[in-house]
Design a protein around this ligand. Structure first.
Ligand SMILES: [Zn+2]
Length: 271
């Protein structure tokens, strides 16, 4: 599943191709994504200029003058820019053709992604309105985490993956950030001190920064938005390493399901 680093990598890869370009045509081959692609999308978008591409959580926000085209990659979606579009493959659902002749192509085998027209900036849109701060937002700090977890008896890992608390920390990065912070994933959030939560804020940022630098990390065959193969394998400390020796102390990494998601930790390094 594309996580925040993949979405940010996509955004950065696309900017050079789309920013300042006018939309010449939108071709919707199959509107059946998680929600139907609006029937009037082509009519609304045609002639608009893409001023900017922003990201909020895992949503890509194409700013088209007063309005916004919102794109989510779902489980298996990808958005790539082609100078000259190759013939369509199966699961290529939408083409956005730009005045440069380039084509922005949305591909999604499982069709859990989304492409929606949002009036204005979308801040009050139901998908965006209740999201917590971005992990790189200065508002996400030790005091914020401390005050927001005092009545949370649930495991810190579940809190970290809750989009109302902070966005964009998916399963892999929650596991890795908790290892780097020396915090056991099952620890009740309310038991953590301000200092340890401050350390966790830091390691969340470090983990995501490393992944963005490597171009994302979840899809093995992920190809970035320029069409170049990405370099995605982070050297994970714990994720996917059950029974393998901890890279720091050598103890076997443990694994269990927490909230249905694979959760790995080192029994010695994480308390
Ligand atoms: Zn260890």
């Amino acid at each position: 599943m594309p996580e925040l680093p993949e979405v940010e990598t996509t955004r950065r890869g696309l900017i050079a191709h789309v920013q300042g370009r006018r939309i010449a045509a939108v071709r919707v081959y199959d509107p059946r994504l998680r929600w139907p692609v609006p029937a009037d999308l082509a009519r609304r978008a045609r002639g608009r200029t893409i001023d900017r591409v922003d990201r909020r959580s895992k949503y890509l926000l194409f700013r088209l003058g007063e309005d916004t085209l919102l794109v989510h990659l779902g489980m298996t979606g990808s958005l790539r820019a082609f100078t000259t579009a190759p013939p369509r493959r199966p699961h290529d659902h939408v083409d956005i053709v730009l005045d440069s002749g380039a084509t922005l192509r949305y591909h999604d085998p499982r069709r859990f992604g989304a492409m929606l027209w949002v009036p204005g900036t979308g801040e009050t849109h139901p998908l965006l309105a209740k999201l917590g701060p971005e992990p790189f937002d200065p508002a996400f700090d030790a005091d914020y985490m401390w005050s927001r977890t005092r009545r949370r008896g649930a495991a810190i890992k579940l809190a970290l993956m809750d989009n109302h608390l902070v966005v964009g920390v998916g399963n892999i990065y929650a596991n890795e950030a908790l290892f780097r912070a020396g915090i056991r994933p099952t620890t009740p959030a309310q038991r953590l001190s301000r200092a340890r939560l401050g350390r966790l804020v830091q390691t969340v940022r470090e983990t995501l920064t490393d992944a963005i630098a490597k171009g994302g990390s979840t899809l093995r065959d992920y190809v970035d938005s320029d069409g170049e193969p990405g370099y995605f394998q982070l050297d994970y400390f714990v994720y996917g390493r059950e029974d393998e020796p901890c890279r720091v102390c050598g103890a076997p990494i443990r694994m269990k399901r927490l909230g249905g998601r694979a959760t790995s930790w080192c029994p010695c390094c994480q308390r």
